[in-house]
Design a protein around this ligand. Structure first.
Ligand SMILES: Cc1cc2nc3c(=O)[nH]c(=O)nc-3n(C[C@H](O)[C@H](O)[C@H](O)COP(=O)(O)OP(=O)(O)OC[C@H]3O[C@@H](n4cnc5c(N)ncnc54)[C@H](O)[C@@H]3O)c2cc1C
Length: 270
């Protein structure tokens, strides 16, 4: 049995992104007898959003204003026409995060999908634990925390061993799979909030913006701020216009915090 303590940043792997099919859009535009003046430099996600917005008003050919893609997206957001932002989604794998963090994350119901490492199908005997940075900075707190993790992991191990030896599956009319699930379910009940987990998250741009707004700037929630900042950094490469009103600042302990600005101030920039 390992007592593996992780003290590090969450890792955000971006594994899925929107793909814009320009050739098919060209067929649509031709069938409709309209022309679209594209902006230079827009990303695929940004072009999907612009297309979704333009189709609401069929603002092509002479109905197309001189706005760039960036200005067009700023305007959608400033007007509150944000359902258009739901047409682009990204998929991330998050690792080096705690179950305390994911419990908060999965509260986001709208525009998010989740698939998380199971503690019923996965043996947690070698689970790792995420040490909060606050604890890492204080030697005495660190000792208390380490000892709590070791006790919990030992309890998990002991429960697994005892239940494996004694639990009568036939009496309980359970298949081997359900017996394993029952034993792991009972044993995991002693695992702490700090247990490391992995979660796949798919979210659309509107949902990500909402998440960054309500979760990225809470000073006392460092793990959440670190994940939000890591996601924002990736989003500002993927679709800068969609996330231009957010930026990252650093607190006195060097941890990041996500700040949302008023988009109106950037409205006419492109
Ligand atoms: C500082 C802070 C403290 C918190 N403390 C607690 C706590 O003590 N206990 C606790 O249980 N949770 C707590 N939460 C979680 C919080 O209540 C939300 O569950 C979580 O932040 C998800 O936000 P959301 O509902 O806006 O997001 P989503 O579920 O993604 O919803 C997005 C938006 O859709 C709309 N929406 C979604 N569902 C409905 C609905 N059923 N009816 C109407 N509109 C809807 C709302 O406009 C909502 O903002 C806290 C969150 C924060 C940021």
């Amino acid at each position: 049995m390992k007592h593996d303590i992780i003290v590090s940043e969450p890792i955000v792997y971006l594994i899925g992104r929107p793909q814009f099919d320009l050739d098919t859009l060209a067929i649509f535009l031709q069938n409709e007898g309209v022309e679209w003046r594209r902006s230079a430099g827009a990303t695929q996600a940004e072009e999907i959003i612009e297309t979704a917005g333009r189709i609401c008003y069929m603002s092509y050919s002479e109905r197309q204003s001189p706005r760039t893609n960036t200005a067009y997206i700023f305007n959608l957001i400033a007007q509150g026409h944000e359902s258009v932002l739901e047409h682009v989604s990204w998929t991330f794998i998050l690792t080096n995060v705690s179950r305390a963090f994911t419990h908060q994350l999965v509260r986001h119901r709208v525009g998010f999908s989740f698939s998380q490492l199971s503690q019923q199908y996965h043996d947690e005997s070698d689970a790792q634990f995420l040490m909060p940075m606050l604890v890492d900075h204080l030697p005495e707190a660190k000792q208390v925390w380490r000892s709590a993790m070791e006790t919990a992991q030992q309890a998990y191990h002991d429960l697994m061993t005892q239940l494996e030896a004694t639990f009568d599956a036939e009496g309980a009319q359970m298949s081997p799979t359900e017996r394993r699930r029952a034993i792991r379910s009972a044993s995991r009940s002693v695992m702490p909030n700090a247990t490391a987990t992995k979660i796949v998250v798919t979210a659309n741009a509107r949902a990500i913006r909402h998440f960054l707004t309500v979760r990225g700037s809470i000073p006392g929630d460092e793990e959440m701020r670190r994940v939000a900042s890591a996601i924002l950094q990736q989003m500002q490469v993927e679709a800068p216009a969609l996330f231009a009103d957010f930026h990252i600042q650093t607190l006195s302990d060097n941890s990041p915090i996500v700040i949302k600005a008023e988009l109106e101030t950037k409205h006419h920039e492109s």
